[in-house]
Design a protein around this ligand. Structure first.
Ligand SMILES: [Zn+2]
Ligand SMILES: [Zn+2]
Length: 357
């Protein structure tokens, strides 16, 4: 079968590889659509980050080249021994977590914090940028007929946002600031509106992404090049600041505005992955009892994301900005997402099946 494999920085190849076989407790999925994610781009431009290169991943026992793709939907085509929750033809998505199940975090149910955490589509256990993949049934989720295969490929990034709200203990009626309107920023805006935020402010520099933020439900979009975002937010919130902020830019400016725009005792949730260290004086949280919390991936939230997307509480309208064939992943996928038009794109979806294009 065909698959996109990461060989190294700037080196992704579409090759023929062996079709994966079902094992006990796993299902085989024929992939319909798979999104290209920011972390795939990080691996492409500056990797390896999550991809095992020197030593095999402790759980997958594999190392590069690895099959990419962790945001995907597909159809069940084969069942391993002992699988009785699924049948051939089921429409599904995969929660792409590879966890040991036995470490202290896993035993607490916090499998996204597994000490040997890996991601399907990064750690060498297969992936969605291929014709087929095989995965344990516990991490496969059925999707209803009301949700298209295209939209189902967006469940994974939406779930990242839903988890970040939980980690930040967001409450209905609170005010929020989202730093950045890339794919995860947009997902956060929509999740906040769906969860009943009373005001969602977005910090985003001038680009088409400001329009995307509004379409996703942002009440106000502020450009740090044009306005003092922190004092504007104070004005909009009776002089105190927002209850919670979500950092999705991975840049100093996002961090600074995010922490300075929350009220006393407020929370900043950090969703972004950082390529560099930044300056931080702890006094900004000490004198005001502000809280900084990190969030990684998701745990137990796929059903909530599927429910909210199925009945349109979360629409993810306009997220899919391009659909391409697996063969064209470099020219139409990675090149586009790193080229001059990159800000126009939210999600590029890839299919191994020409009949879907
Ligand atoms: Zn991702
Ligand atoms: Zn574990």
């Amino acid at each position: 079968m065909k698959a996109a494999l990461w060989y190294g920085k700037n080196d992704v190849r579409v090759e023929e590889i062996k079709e994966p076989k079902v094992e006990k407790g796993t299902v085989k999925i024929k992939v319909k659509w798979c999104g290209i994610c920011g972390s795939d781009l990080h691996e492409y431009l500056g990797g390896p980050i999550f991809i095992p290169v020197e030593n095999p991943h402790p759980l997958s026992k594999n190392k590069a080249p690895v099959v990419l793709g962790h945001e995907f939907s597909g159809e069940v085509v084969e069942l391993g021994e002992g699988v009785n929750n699924f049948k051939i033809g089921d429409r599904v998505t995969v929660e792409p977590i590879v966890a040991c199940g036995t470490c202290p975090a896993c035993k607490e149910g916090k499998y996204n914090l597994c000490e040997n955490l890996g991601f399907h589509g990064l750690c060498g256990s297969g992936g969605g940028l291929a014709e087929y993949t095989v995965f344990p049934q516990e991490f496969v989720h059925k999707i209803p007929d009301s949700l298209s295969y295209e939209k189902a490929a967006l469940i994974e990034p939406i779930t990242v946002a839903i988890h970040s709200l939980r980690v930040g203990s967001f409450l209905t009626g609170q005010t929020a600031l989202v730093l950045g309107a890339g794919p995860i920023g947009l997902a956060t805006i929509e999740s906040l509106k769906a969860a009943g935020a009373s005001l969602v402010i977005v910090m985003q520099r001038k680009s088409i992404r400001q329009e995307y933020a509004k379409r996703s439900g942002a009440d106000i979009v502020l450009d740090p090049n044009e306005i003092d975002v922190v004092s504007e937010i104070k004005k909009l919130t009776n002089g105190v600041g927002v209850d919670i902020s979500f950092e999705t830019t991975g840049a100093q400016v996002g961090f600074d505005i995010g922490v300075n725009s929350i009220k006393y005792d407020g929370t900043m949730v950090i969703t972004s992955i950082w390529e560099h260290e930044i300056n931080f004086n702890p006094n900004v949280v000490v004198f005001t009892e502000k809280k900084l919390v990190g969030t990684l991936a998701y745990r137990h939230e796929f059903p909530a994301a599927i429910a909210q997307m199925s009945d349109n509480r979360i629409k993810a309208e306009g997220y899919i900005t391009k659909k391409i064939h697996l063969d064209d992943i470099n020219t139409e996928g990675f090149d586009t997402l790193t080229g001059p038009d990159k800000k126009k794109h939210v999600k590029i979806l890839v299919t191994p099946d020409k009949s879907l294009l």
